[in-house]
Design a protein around this ligand. Structure first.
Ligand SMILES: Nc1ncnc2c1ncn2[C@@H]1O[C@H](COP(=O)(O)OP(=O)(O)OP(=O)(O)O)[C@@H](O)[C@H]1O
Length: 478
């Protein structure tokens, strides 16, 4: 009978030794699964050397620098962030024997499974040695509990050509932001506003993450900056034949197209003012009513609304019609810039590299020399993911066959961008010293309320009196 080939991942059990593994391999073979490669996790420093093959399987012992084999969080984080990324592109299906190791190690496998951190199709096994029969029994573990994280991970695995943030990011800033986005996206009918610098991946988040969570896979994206003044209304609301000169055919607008899906207003601050007023009516309630141009009948559509902007909350408030701003700004998520998520830098770099690599040859793993690490770590990455893309493209251009001979050139050229761009002078208000100080205090207070959400949290964080902050905020701007 033909057997399936697989890769096995498991802990080394110091007391029981290699015998457990050998018997597991045999028990799996009896299930028609031939393990060709084993990733054998050894807690701390290996006390002895392991053979490179065992029962025809390649054996790769990996030392995991764990201090305490009963510490769930430490085990989780090592396996999740150091071990699993190595197993992304296996040629064969992954199997995990969850039995060897401490109870903490055992339960971490189940938690990883529930969180969707294991590759799709991965099978879990539990082995049991009977001293009476001297046989090892192996049973497949059926563990149906999953969390929203597992659903989101499916997106990552299911659409490998599109890079998506991992919800379980390493940096706190990104983790908080994605968790908030997941929470808010699950409120039906509530507009969500994403704020973040250019290139932080807002559009991608809406088109993958939010779309999946809302279970609405049609996303009608409107780059609001490109809306032409005269045609904007027809583009959004559609028109009847003859509604205006040149309207030779009836046309459904983008609202109609988004019916049943998501309407994504990207760079929402660029919406022309008259359109903003008209949208107030549309976002009045969940009926989303509007009138196509030339029609005297209102239509209604079923859609979810997501907006994005690279402005701050305060700037956006100044740019949008107040009624529209109020309707769109209940659920706000800030997507942090890359410089606040340095712990995720390698994963970001890897994803960017792979996405760009689709039409290129060479290694699917990005180069990660000390020079690259230092360059990326010291740079402010003001272009966020696009900065990483630029470096990846330069490296692909200078080192096309994967050799790193001209890596220097790529890095130098990448770093030179900041020399070429004129540096931004720092604005410090204008007027006299006291006017400038007042201006600065107001800026600080506005930033604090936006950042911390309320005056108490802001004054606590800045270790100052709440009233002082409020007074600063309401001072006249010069
Ligand atoms: N998680 C990710 N990992 C790697 N690359 C990504 C990720 N998300 C998006 N990208 C890539 O980064 C670039 C910027 O992403 P995106 O356009 O979504 O950002 P944005 O915040 O909407 O930018 P802007 O405000 O300029 O429109 C895109 O080219 C996209 O392919």
């Amino acid at each position: 009978m033909a057997t399936d080939k697989g890769v096995l991942l498991c802990w080394h059990a110091e007391r029981a030794g290699l015998g457990v593994l050998e018997r597991t391999l045999k028990a799996l073979r009896n299930r028609n699964i031939t393990i060709v490669e084993v990733f054998y996790l050894v807690q701390g420093k290996a006390r002895h050397t392991f053979p490179s093959t065992l029962a025809d399987a390649q054996l790769k012992a990996i030392e995991v620098p764990l201090e305490d084999p009963t510490h769930h969080v430490d085990i989780y984080s090592r396996v999740r962030h150091d071990i699993l990324p190595r197993l992304r592109d296996l040629d064969h299906q992954l199997h995990i024997n969850i039995s060897p190791g401490t109870p903490a190690m055992h339960s971490v496998w189940l938690i990883l499974h529930a969180g969707g951190a294991l590759p799709p199709g991965c099978r879990l096994w539990s082995s049991q040695y009977s001293t009476q029969t001297k046989r090892t029994r192996i049973d497949e573990v059926e563990f149906p509990i999953t969390t929203y994280l597992s659903e989101i991970h499916e997106i990552e695995y299911g659409a490998p050509q599109l890079a998506v943030y991992e919800p379980e990011a390493r940096s706190l800033a990104r983790r908080n932001s994605l968790e908030r986005l997941a929470r808010y996206s699950q409120v039906p009918g509530a507009p969500v506003l994403l704020l973040g610098e250019r290139g932080t991946g807002k559009t991608r988040l809406v088109e993958t993450f939010v779309s999946k969570l809302k279970q609405r896979f049609k996303v009608a994206t409107v780059p609001c900056g490109g809306l032409d003044g005269d045609l904007a209304e027809s583009f959004l609301f559609g028109h009847l034949k003859g509604a205006f000169t040149g309207a030779s055919e009836k046309r459904a607008g983008i609202l109609k197209e988004a019916d049943g899906g998501i309407l994504f207003l990207d760079e929402v601050q660029d919406l022309p003012k008259p359109i903003q007023r008209k949208l107030v009516r549309v976002f009045q309630d969940r009926l989303h009513r509007y009138r196509p141009m030339g029609s005297d009948r209102e239509e209604s559509v079923d859609l979810e609304v997501i907006c994005a902007s690279n402005l701050s909350m305060q700037e956006l408030r100044e740019r949008l019609d107040p009624d529209l701003f109020d309707r769109l700004s209940h659920l706000v998520v800030s997507v942090p810039p890359l410089r606040e998520c340095r712990e995720d830098l390698y994963e970001d770099w890897r994803r960017v590299w792979r996405e760009l690599q689709i039409s290129n040859q060479g290694s699917s793993n990005p180069p990660w020399s000390e020079e690259i690490q230092e360059t990326l770590t010291r740079n402010s990455l003001s272009g966020n993911l696009r900065d990483l893309q630029r470096l990846a493209l330069l490296i692909m251009a200078w080192c096309p066959s994967g050799d790193q001979m001209h890596l220097d050139n790529a890095i130098k050229e990448w770093a030179r961008k900041d020399d070429i761009l004129p540096s931004q002078p720092i604005f410090l208000g204008d007027g006299t010293r006291s006017e400038r100080l007042r201006w600065f205090r107001k800026e600080l207070a506005m930033w604090a309320i936006e950042h911390y959400g309320n005056w108490s949290a802001a004054s606590d964080a800045l270790d100052c009196d709440r009233k002082t902050l409020q007074n600063d905020a309401s001072a006249e701007r010069r």
